[in-house]
Design a protein around this ligand. Structure first.
Ligand code: CA
Length: 222
């Protein structure tokens, strides 16, 4: 899962960015409304964390432009305390949720998990496919109840496929959602990750759809 973080406060951007990375997300960072607006319009993010008070262009204007351009990714607005009208404007502009500053990192992480789940149509924090369960809250993966240790890239790949069960996900799409923009991307490595993932999971649950990509069937029928 790949996130965009738009926050002009450098300290906050750094702290929040590293908390999100630690939680297993690929994170692109922007520090003003222009840079953030461009990234949000051109890159495929699974969710965006958007400060409303930004230099060059404010968050609400950005959000309106994204929505007008047909960008539907979930957006969590960061708002200052006591600015209730900011929250109203943010929701009207198309925000999915908000967090009031100052906040605890855990709250932002929980809200990110929730918007990602809702975007994928899951109500629970644990997502299952046959014998495989990903607990997005704890970042844990189990197969038939047994804990499986995955690297952060393997986890990202599996979590993305689990969130998108039932449809074919291309290697290009996986590449775009697994790495931040600074990462040296190579879609061939996806195949390597899928191979390792299959071996670690030990169950035949990730189908290869020749020439198109990969698919996990809801219910786990391969
Ligand atoms: Ca700000």
């Amino acid at each position: 899962m790949r996130l965009l973080l738009v926050e002009d406060d450098r300290d906050l951007n750094r702290q929040l960015g590293s908390a999100l990375e630690k939680a297993g997300y690929a994170v692109d960072r922007a520090y003003d409304g222009e840079e953030g607006g461009f990234l949000g319009e051109t890159e495929p993010y699974d969710a965006v964390i958007l400060d409303l008070g930004l230099p060059i262009k404010d968050g609400v204007s950005l959000l309106k432009e994204w929505r007008a351009a047909g960008r539907t990714m979930p957006v969590i607005a960061l708002t200052a305390r006591d600015r209730w009208n900011d929250k109203v404007q943010a929701f009207d502009a198309g925000a999915d949720d908000y967090v009031t500053k100052p906040f605890h990192m855990e709250e932002v992480l929980a809200r990110v998990r929730a918007v990602l789940r809702r975007a994928a149509g899951h109500a629970q924090s644990a997502i299952s496919c046959g014998p495989v369960t990903v607990d997005t809250g704890a970042g844990r993966v189990t197969v038939k109840g047994e804990l499986i240790k995955l690297t952060s890239h393997e986890y990202r790949l599996l979590a993305y496929l689990m969130h998108h069960q039932g449809r074919i996900v291309s290697r290009g799409e996986l590449t775009e959602h697994m790495y931040d923009q600074d990462f040296d991307r190579d879609s061939n490595t996806i195949e390597v990750f899928v191979g390792r993932l299959r071996k670690k999971l030990g169950v035949d649950i990730i189908q290869t759809v020749r020439g198109l990509g990969y698919r996990m069937e809801p219910g786990g029928a391969a």
